[in-house]
Design a protein around this ligand. Structure first.
Ligand SMILES: Cc1cc2nc3c(=O)[nH]c(=O)nc-3n(C[C@H](O)[C@H](O)[C@H](O)COP(=O)(O)OP(=O)(O)OC[C@H]3O[C@@H](n4cnc5c(N)ncnc54)[C@H](O)[C@@H]3O)c2cc1C
Length: 331
């Protein structure tokens, strides 16, 4: 039995882990990946302490700091959480089960999907949700881009620098609210073809993407286009379906928290982009991770009859523990 299970190892979860370990809580961090969205950020200029740092490097530094406290981390995906009245039970897609006195949910946001046949099958094999990360892999190739507004335009501009040809697919008659000058600049490059009133209905291939099937939303005409890749830039969304009925979510599916990062269920805390806080930023996720861990500590301290942390608490520097192994255990 753990004191606290932290789900998600983005900035919020890692920050919660750091605080939780320093408070002496027996902690397990379970996450699908290390770093979350931050690793997609090529450059972060607004994280205090760094005038410019890549998201990857920022995560590496936080990871190193967390490692010093010997926290166990498991790469797995949580798909069920419940309570037996005294402890929380967390289940993962690989069939493992873990118990804890408190839970910190830091599961952030994930790219919005098209939800069409072939999309899941070809993820990482031609289907990408990060143009800035993956465009260089498609140098000289033919690709499709799905997305509207600034995100779509940014994707199209990035792709136009490297690919041979790009079909920019969007459902309306225009690609959304974007600057006319930037659109004209994009079109002047000659390798991006606008595909208005269109929708991707299937992604096809063998071991990699070979083509997409698109539907003309005006005429109903269906046609197949040969492409080597499909870039999906439709923004980010929370994936909290498995928490429905367990804790209160807002209409966007975000976890409702108070200023102490408490959710509607006692003993369950949440931090970062998955919560209903209005600003989704790295420093805000880090701060909420810290608050969630402090609140979880107080909850556990009450159960164990220990003294709780007061609002004017300051943590004194503590001696760093030797790494106890077990960090980044792969299941
Ligand atoms: C391209 C890009 C650029 C950005 N640039 C900036 C910037 O310049 N400055 C700035 O302040 N912010 C920036 N952001 C926003 C910032 O990255 C996020 O606000 C922050 O990283 C969110 O951290 P998080 O820990 O709350 O969530 P996330 O980073 O989303 O992490 C969530 C973690 O939970 C894991 N997870 C999710 N579901 C489960 C599950 N069911 N089981 C187990 N694990 C799960 C995920 O795998 C992930 O590791 C940018 C974001 C992007 C995408």
């Amino acid at each position: 039995m753990y004191d606290v299970l932290i789900i998600g190892a983005g900035i919020a979860g890692l920050s919660a882990a750091l605080y939780s370990a320093r408070l002496g809580l027996k902690t397990l961090l379970i996450s699908r990946d290390l770093g979350g969205q931050a690793i997609l950020a090529p450059e972060i200029q607004n994280y205090p302490g760094f005038s410019s740092i890549s998201g990857m490097e920022l995560i590496r530094k936080i990871e190193e700091q967390v490692r010093n406290y010997g926290i166990s981390m498991l790469f797995d995906e949580v798909n069920e959480v419940k309570s037996d009245g005294r402890a929380f039970l967390v289940k993962t897609v690989t069939g493992k089960e873990y118990k804890s006195l408190a839970l910190i949910l830091a599961i952030g946001k994930a790219p919005r999907e098209l939800k069409v046949p072939g999309e899941s099958k070809f993820k990482g094999r031609g289907v990408s949700y990060c143009t800035i990360c993956d465009a260089p892999l498609f140098k000289g190739k033919k690709v499709a881009l799905v997305g509207i507004g600034e995100a779509g335009l940014h994707g199209a501009l990035t792709l136009s620098e490297v690919v041979k040809e790009c079909y920019w697919i969007f459902p309306g008659s225009t690609p959304g609210a974007i600057s006319k000058e930037r659109l004209n600049y994009l079109l002047s490059k000659g390798n991006v073809k606008l595909m208005p009133n269109s929708k991707v209905i299937e992604i096809k291939g063998d071991i990699k993407v070979k083509s997409i099937v698109i539907k003309d939303l005006k005429t109903g005409e269906v046609k197949e286009l040969n492409v080597d890749g499909v870039f999906i830039e439709m923004g980010y969304e929370v994936k909290t379906e498995f928490l429905k009925g367990f804790i209160k979510l807002n209409e966007k599916g975000e976890i409702i928290v108070d200023k102490l990062c408490k959710t509607s269920r006692e003993g369950v805390f949440a931090a970062g982009d998955v919560t209903d806080i209005p600003y989704k930023q790295a420093i805000i996720s880090a701060a909420q991770g810290a608050i969630a861990a402090l609140s979880a500590y107080n909850y556990i301290a009450k159960i164990k009859g220990l003294s709780t942390i007061t609002s004017d608490w300051r943590h004194v520097p503590i001696e760093r523990k030797e790494e106890e192994g077990g960090f980044f255990l792969k299941l």
